[in-house]
Design a protein around this ligand. Structure first.
Ligand code: ZN
Length: 238
């Protein structure tokens, strides 16, 4: 994609642009893979226990065939498909990934209405996305989702959308932050149901309080750490 086009598209997502990158990592006994998908460069994450191969897919936003081939190559058995929020760029591949893997879709109830608007929302930006099926169940603050020996805690972060979720893996020192927190930026808050005051307050009270060496994996762009964002994120008083 041409750089100018990408810059324009990134302004649809972030309060400030921070670029896009791809990162892969094997962390302890965890399979951790990032696949950057779609025109808006969404980070789709595949997390799995490297022994049992049980895993989850987070935000299969587009290009489901690339996600499915990565799932197949690593032998991951997808138990759950999680959406950090309901915007089209994060949910457009839900249907194909769910159908191919049997994974159960989960999203915060407040973002469920977005699932049926993915195609029309994308078309407003001249893009294409497929509507998502309804979730099998809902995500709520404090929920624990297990795969193999790993567990992930749901943190509700409203502000980019009403039902934004971050996923914290305390033992692995990782948080998947969706479009709430980016490297030196935060998610835009001018979309329906958005609120900068809510977003900043939730990030400050629930995310910046995590250990400073926690690695942050956002919905777009490069990873960062809690400590770096505390000191350098201009939206959070850094
Ligand atoms: Zn996004």
């Amino acid at each position: 994609m041409r750089k100018t086009t990408l810059a324009i598209l990134m302004t649809l997502i972030c309060a400030a642009t921070s670029g896009c990158s791809k990162s892969d990592a094997k962390r302890g006994n965890m399979i951790f893979e990032t696949i950057v998908v779609g025109e808006l460069g969404v980070n789709c994450y595949i997390l799995a226990d490297s022994e049992t191969k049980e895993g989850i897919v987070i935000d299969p936003g587009a290009e489901p065939e690339r996600i499915l081939s990565a799932v197949k190559n690593s032998g991951v058995k997808v138990l759950t498909v999680l959406n950090t929020h309901g915007h089209f760029d994060h949910v457009g591949g839900n249907r194909r990934v769910i159908e191919a893997t049997g994974g159960k879709l989960m999203i915060n109830k407040e973002d469920e209405p977005f699932l049926l608007r993915a195609a029309s929302s994308a078309s407003m930006y001249g893009l294409a996305a497929e509507n998502s099926p309804s979730p099998a169940s809902y995500l709520a603050e404090g929920d624990i989702i297990r795969f193999g020996s790993h567990e992930l805690k749901v943190i509700h972060i409203p502000g980019h959308s009403p039902g934004g979720s971050c996923f914290y893996l305390a033992k692995d020192g990782i948080i998947i932050s969706g479009d709430s927190l980016f490297a030196e930026s935060i998610g835009r808050t001018d979309l329906p149901g958005g609120s900068q005051a809510l977003l900043v307050a939730a990030i400050r009270s629930k995310i910046l309080t995590l250990p400073e060496d926690t690695k942050v994996f956002p919905g777009h762009g490069p990873s960062t750490t809690i400590g770096h964002e505390k000191r350098h994120n201009p939206y959070l008083g850094g």
